[in-house]
Design a binder for this molecule. Sequence first.
Ligand SMILES: Nc1nc2c(c(=O)[nH]1)N(C=O)[C@@H](CNc1ccc(C(=O)N[C@@H](CCC(=O)O)C(=O)O)cc1)CN2
Ligand SMILES: Nc1nc2c(ncn2[C@@H]2O[C@H](COP(=O)(O)OP(=O)(O)OP(=O)(O)O)[C@@H](O)[C@H]2O)c(=O)[nH]1
Ligand SMILES: [Mg+2]
Length: 439
Amino acid sequence: MSHADTIFALATGAGRAAVAVLRLSGPNCAAVIRSLAGTLPTPRMATLRTLRRGDGAALDRALVLWFPGPRSFTGEDAAELHLHGGRAVIAAVGEALAALGARPAEPGEFSRRAFLHGKLDLTEAEGIAELVEAETEAQRQQALAQAGGLLARQARDWAGRLTTLLAQEEAAIEFAEEDLPSSLDGEVRAGAAALACEITAALADGGRGERLREGLDIAILGAPNAGKSSLLNALVGREAAIVSARAGTTRDVVEARLDIAGVSVTLADTAGLRDGADEIEAEGIRRAHRRGEEADVVLALFAADAPPDGETLAVLGRRRCLVLLSRCDLAPSPLPATVAGEPALAVSALTGQGLDALRARLEEEVASRAGGGSLLTRPRHRAALEDTARHLAAAADAPVPELVSEALRQASQSLGRLSGRVGVEDVLDVVFGSFCIGK
Ligand SMILES: Nc1nc2c(c(=O)[nH]1)N(C=O)[C@@H](CNc1ccc(C(=O)N[C@@H](CCC(=O)O)C(=O)O)cc1)CN2
Ligand SMILES: Nc1nc2c(ncn2[C@@H]2O[C@H](COP(=O)(O)OP(=O)(O)OP(=O)(O)O)[C@@H](O)[C@H]2O)c(=O)[nH]1
Ligand SMILES: [Mg+2]
């Protein structure tokens, strides 16, 4: 993959659409646009042109945008073709571009070039990917802040202070050689300890930003016929799962997406837990248990009109669950307030009783685990900052000035990985490889 190539990709979604945007970037852009559109349009001004193949045949009437570098998204010559959205139009123009020496872009290659040309740091590029993937309002806000440099600015501030500390420690080492008394070493150690503290405080966010980006998983577990599928349908407001009076209706895990408190939540309905099921149902029950173990929150359902079953009680013993007494319209009141000592919320998917209270409880559970206001949105950020804080703490406590300086250098390296300044090619491959084509 050469950064000297001129690349192109469809920037808009596949499938039928009114307009399709083909994006181009690279040193050969001007020649490619001249060849397709006759002359270069005025920079950054949408211009209607007939695009023609080498043999003069018309390809499409399109809006052409020309972005001379370095004042472009990628920081090099770039262009956009706003085509009619037909599959054949896109294919024909793509063929013409390939014939002119441009090649299809890899996933994330436009953002990678913007990064390489210093237009974005790595966390800002990640923010752009997060913006494209955002499904909820809170995810959008977090992604926009990240793309706008929220973490990048903080990292630059930390990096600047770290560089100052390193320079001061080098000076302290010099002074020591000249046998001059200096308090500089002590000041640097105190500065390193303070910076370690500040970074540790930023890390102590309970992973809320990462969870907001990734979304949360909630699993519904309980005996056959407890009303799990009915509850899923009631919560998502559509018939996502099959409901029937026969025990053992659900076998596969049925997933539905919900927006709870601005967090993207995957709600999973599972096979009813019981012994002695047939082969297929038994596999469903294994999947149910696995879902329960992986979930952030488990809803344990007990039918209010039946005694609590041992299988679901065993789940309560293994992990903290939100306990629900389902089908509560079928049981005579008063209902028990607890199951196996756990407070239980009475709900009915049929009458809707208790559903608002359940939604409120779910909002609390979700809001306590994920939400906005965090600088960190990825495990990668956490790992880099944990290393940085560790090296800073080591610098504060190092036995001799030379080791203070060495630890500060390592802290600087770790922090550089966060912004991508200390660029190990494989980190870039991982980050940009997860982007979609055309980004
Ligand atoms: N048609 C279209 N819409 C789009 C994009 C695009 O590339 N094309 N974007 C793509 O992500 C987003 C907008 N982001 C952009 C960010 C920077 C530049 C850009 O060219 N920046 C120049 C400054 C340009 C100027 O100030 O006039 C630069 O940074 O040098 C373009 C788009 C969303 N919408
Ligand atoms: N009266 C009443 N009936 C309910 C309620 N919830 C579910 N049912 C009925 O209980 C039966 C089982 O409901 P499902 O939602 O399929 O139960 P399930 O837990 O998904 O069952 P499996 O998939 O077999 O594990 C169906 O006949 C539902 O109509 C409720 O709140 N009130
Ligand atoms: Mg079911």
